[in-house]
Design a protein around this ligand. Structure first.
Ligand SMILES: [Fe+2]
Length: 324
């Protein structure tokens, strides 16, 4: 890996392009929120090219003051919005604008494990924006990890596991509560998740998406996905470990769920916990922590890069927006 030389793009220094991860973009002079959005609009193709090549871009020093300024910055890219309401995300969130919402309402001490946004469902966003409205007093970083690098290492160290992932795919099982459970990172109610106010509507949506389901005595709803791919082909010809195995196996623990039972291969056979432990340890090795500063925006390629959330103390307000 050679030395990486910063480049400039319309008065903004771009550092880390190439093998640096993530790319960092910093204006050379202070800019207003409107100027930041205008810059993004003018250079959106170059920014998207950087994202495609690298997986993540951190915009630091643009000084965006608010959710509205963040919304304006996102709008500059002209990408289609992926709405939380229509998604099958299992996290509880609150909308701020049509396309901006809180990242996850799970309590501060809960770590959110590395994941690709909604990779446990058949419908997921292509890219994610994050915005730091208020950094935590301590902790609260957003870890990010390149899944194509993870797959390279796994293919070397656990080739049988990677072959099984590729051939069989995976299925995820999960129990959704009757009402939002704010104590859990996977606490979104079935009604909210499925945009359904009754059982028949919920069942119709699940049937359409190829899920199996079972109602529980306490009105919660257990579902199992159709077989989903565990490895994904990227546009540059590489492949990524695009799935929700790590977060599901280690993170889906609450009053209703046990991560060890949440995943299996597509043919119903169990996933070896030694292989999962190896995947986690390689992922940790490759992880970079985004240590938030107020006003930061991060743009993440959801197909190549996983993200999570470190536990924190104090108030932390990180907002998110998804691109279809
Ligand atoms: Fe997420």
């Amino acid at each position: 890996m050679g030395e990486i030389k910063p480049i400039t793009l319309g008065g903004v220094t771009i550092d880390g392009a190439g093998d640096g991860f993530p790319v960092e973009a910093t204006p050379q002079e202070p800019v207003s929120a409107a100027a930041a959005a205008a810059w993004a609009r003018q250079h959106r193709q170059a920014i998207d090219d950087l994202l495609a090549a690298n997986g993540a871009v951190l915009f630091r020093g643009f000084g965006l003051p608010s959710d509205a300024a963040f919304d304006q910055f996102i709008a500059a890219f002209d990408w289609p919005n992926f709405t939380y309401a229509e998604s099958l995300s299992n996290a509880v969130r609150r909308n701020r604008t049509d396309r901006v919402f809180t990242a996850n309402e799970a309590p501060p001490e809960v770590a959110i494990f590395l994941h690709h946004e909604m990779a446990q469902t058949p419908i997921y966003p292509s890219r994610l924006f994050f915005f730091c409205e208020q950094p935590a007093h301590s902790g609260g970083a957003t870890p990010i990890c390149r899944s194509d690098w993870l797959l390279d290492r796994l293919a070397d160290e656990a080739p049988d596991f990677v072959a099984a992932c590729a051939e069989k795919g995976v299925r995820y099982s999960q129990t959704m509560p009757a009402v939002d459970d704010l104590a859990s990172g996977q606490g979104r109610s079935w009604g909210s998740t499925l945009s359904a106010d009754n059982r028949a509507t919920a069942e119709a949506k699940l049937a359409r998406l190829g899920y199996e389901w079972q109602w529980q005595a306490d009105e919660s709803l257990s579902v199992t996905t159709p077989v989903l791919p565990a490895i994904r082909q990227l546009q540059d010809g590489r492949q990524s470990f695009f799935n929700q195995l790590i977060a599901a196996f280690f993170g889906w623990k609450d009053a209703r769920n046990d991560g060890q039972k949440a995943i299996c291969f597509g043919d119903g056979s169990p996933i070896d916990s030694t292989a999962m432990a190896l995947a986690v340890s390689i992922a940790e090795d490759l992880t970079v922590d985004l240590q938030w500063k107020q006003g930061d925006v991060a743009l993440v390629d959801n197909l190549r890069v996983m993200h999570g959330r470190r536990p924190f103390e104090g108030e932390r307000r990180v907002l998110a927006s998804l691109v279809a």
